[in-house]
Design a protein around this ligand. Structure first.
Ligand code: PFF
Length: 457
């Protein structure tokens, strides 16, 4: 099952030097699904759903994923696969120098997301260690106090973030096949196995039903404009769209590779994992008598209390946090790759050197995020600390704005060329492809602009 072996032959738009490609189609799908499935699904989705009323949020989220989300994901893959370049190079090649700005936004967004993503991923390693040592699941352990005192410490969270960044850099230096693809092929199936074991455990806890009802039964009285903005931001963040990660992964596909089916698989897997995470977290939260509006600490504070109430608590707890670290790693590599690809493609720099440099810069940018939960917690804007601001700015503004530009670009600048790019090898019927293009021309930009503007107001 080979989507690609070696770089493809020289059309006018062929890259100037040999570009690495994914080894197999499965490798690509798992790498792209690995990018999508991450902290967004397991850490963020449950608490954003909890804060926005549960089931009603879930329905709006699913509606956005199934329309806008899949369309823009496909659009990014088409851009990347056609141009065979990083986001800046791809926009320039297909749309002219003016469009480079859109590519720059992508690279900037990558640094912004990676900076705070690494901090939270560092927490997951720390909590795997704490759970393994039995501290978090000891009888009477105050998980909230342990979480608060850990995240507000000026040193430890940064040390763990540094470890996580080093892992990310190591995989990205390995390149596409030997680094990203190989790691995804092993880690993604492992992640599913651990998730399924945890779902079985959570839904059979006494009192789980209340959590299931909260998650699955919609209460539309809780829906506000803010709910829709949150659902849109969550959808973009979760699918890794709006900042060129999928353009970059698409650029390592052979031009003849199938993409519509792959895009559907990625969306399906990402949504499945978010739902599985909900099926773990909500029954667990209610079973131990906690509330679902726990904010960013939700999985860190509530789940250790759940594990503590289970047999083999340290094993389940450690497995869970390891799972989070794995999910975060297969995503963080895709956040770093667009910037690395830019410097390698456009400036001919050495991959290893650029990867280390980008990693160090993103790590340094993450320091204020980590401090904002401790020694810098007094510095706020509109009541939000630095980490919250970075999260809000990227997920709720930059990614949707990026998606807006991507939709316009494929809809109007690439136009019928985009359908041609899909046509030779896709299972998508021509009428569906046309519907997709019209959606990108009119509906997607209008819908995103409406949500963005109403959200800001
Ligand atoms: N999709 C990832 C998650 O759900 O954790 C986060 C992410 C990866 C966002 C890549 C944006 C991105 F470009």
């Amino acid at each position: 099952m080979s989507a690609a072996d070696g770089p493809d032959g020289g059309s006018a738009a062929a890259p100037s030097r040999q570009r690495e490609h994914w080894g197999t189609r499965l490798g690509f799908v798992l790498a792209a699904a690995g990018s999508a499935v991450g902290l967004g699904n397991i850490w963020k989705f449950p608490y954003v759903t909890g804060e926005n009323g549960g089931g009603a949020f879930l329905i709006i989220y699913l509606a956005i994923i199934g329309t806008l989300g899949i369309s823009i994901l496909l659009a990014e893959l088409v851009i990347g696969r056609t141009a065979q370049k990083n986001p800046v190079g791809a926009f320039r090649q297909l749309g002219g120098t003016r469009w480079r700005v859109a590519g720059w936004m992508c690279v900037l967004g990558a640094f912004a997301i990676l900076s705070f993503y690494t901090v939270i991923a560092g927490w997951t390693i720390a909590f795997a260690v704490k759970t393994a040592s039995g501290r978090l699941t000891a009888p009477g352990a105050d998980t909230e106090a342990i979480f608060e005192s850990f995240v507000s410490d000026p040193v430890w969270p940064l040390l763990y973030a540094a470890i996580f960044m080093a892992l990310t850099v190591a995989v990205v230096i390995g390149g596409i096949r030997r680094g990203i693809e190989r790691v995804s092929l092993v880690l993604m199936p492992l992640l599913f196995l651990i998730l399924i074991a945890l779902v079985v455990r959570a839904v059979t806890l006494p009192g789980a039903m209340e959590g299931l009802l909260f998650f699955l039964a919609p209460d539309f009285s809780k829906v506000t404009g803010g709910t829709i903005t949150a659902a849109l931001g969550q959808a973009f963040f979760s699918l890794s769209i709006g900042m060129g990660a999928m353009i970059t992964y698409g650029s390592y596909l052979e031009r003849k590779a199938h993409i519509a089916g792959s895009a559907a698989s990625v969306v399906g897997l990402d949504t499945l994992v978010a739902i599985l995470a909900g099926l773990i977290v909500f029954p667990a939260v209610f079973a131990v008598g906690l509330r679902p509006e726990g904010g960013p600490g939700l999985v860190f504070v509530t789940l250790p209390a759940v594990f503590a109430a289970m047999p083999a608590s340290a094993v389940f707890g450690t497995l869970f946090f390891l799972l989070l670290t794995i999910a975060a790693l297969t995503s963080s590599i895709s956040i770093l790759e667009p910037a690395v690809a830019y410097f390698v493609d456009e400036h001919n720099l050495k991959r290893s050197r650029v990867t280390i440099l980008c990693g160090v810069i993103a790590f340094a940018l993450g320091i204020p995020s980590s401090f904002s939960l401790g020694i810098w917690s007094d510095y706020t804007l509109f009541g939000k600390g630095f980490l919250d601001i970075m999260d809000f700015l990227t997920a709720n503004i930059m990614l949707p704005a990026g998606g807006f530009l991507i939709a316009l670009f494929v809809g109007w600048v690439m136009g019928p060329r985009a359908i041609e790019a899909l046509a030779p090898n896709t299972a998508l019927g021509l009428w569906l492809a046309r519907l997709w293009l019209y959606g990108l021309r009119f509906i997607a930009p209008a819908a995103i602009a409406w949500v963005l503007i109403s959200g800001l107001i």
